[in-house]
Write a protein that binds this ligand. Sequence first.
Ligand code: AMP
Ligand code: MN
Ligand code: MN
Ligand code: MN
Length: 296
Amino acid sequence: MTIIDLHSHTTASDGTLDPLELCQRAQERGVHSLAITDHDTVAAHQFLREYTAQIDLQLITGIELSSTWSGAEIHIVGLNFPLNHNDLAMVVTAQSDARRQRSLHIAERLARRLPSWQSEQIFQQVLDSVVAQQKSSPHGFTLSPEEVQIGRPHFARWLISQQLCQDMDSAFRKYLDNSKIGNLKAFWPNMSQAVAWIRALGGIAVLAHPGKYGMTATKLRALIKDFKLAGGHAMEVQGGNTPHSQIQQMARYCREFNLMASQGSDFHNPDYRWVDIGRLPPSLPEGLTPVWSSWC
Ligand code: AMP
Ligand code: MN
Ligand code: MN
Ligand code: MN
């Protein structure tokens, strides 16, 4: 059985393994093809260029772009673009700037809720914690304070460290979820823009985890149709614990809209055993074109 995992995260974004640790774990688990798809950065791939001799799997370039569509935050995974593409830095810089501005706003809005804290203090502590986590990388993977990507999970970890929340779930529920202050969609480009960027880089644009947006079937169909019309190539049909009925539903949409099918664990953290790297159903539903057939 060939294990193909096309969605995963490292400490370059909100994962907890450094890029080489992730590759090693994927190898131990028998993964043949791995796409690292950090949120809005390719820093892990740039780092791994020096380590090709130690990597015994097919590494696929990837990125997970944050975007918006009809008031919802939508993630577009880009796969298999050349890492040396001239325009890649432009895309990454646009997204990093948006993410940095967003994190400053999240800190401000948290400070309004937490009277004993100044927003600058919150931002600095979160930034320091991300830099410190990277300093503990066993392979020396570090980014400068200007380069690190701050996400909502980092604010959640800070809230927990200050004993303002008990765990990630309650931090998101209380402060960071869609309807709460941490969610500031205005900073992200439109979905069609994100798809256009991936296409301009020569990559494959994949609609990430369509079942996780909490949409009605009618809204989800509208999203998938717009994604297709924007030039999207594929959608994720299954992750590590996608319910059977949802896999079948996504497979129907793939056929209806003539999209290729992708799959990925969306691995972040080895502590979450139920979303491990490479832990996926043994095959795709019948009659779908796997996204990897475009590069295999
Ligand atoms: P951001 O990229 O800053 O918008 O943060 C989104 C990330 O937060 C997602 O990719 C997940 O990794 C994580 N996330 C979202 N919701 C939750 C939750 N309820 N509990 C834990 N992590 C979450
Ligand atoms: Mn994440
Ligand atoms: Mn995502
Ligand atoms: Mn992801």
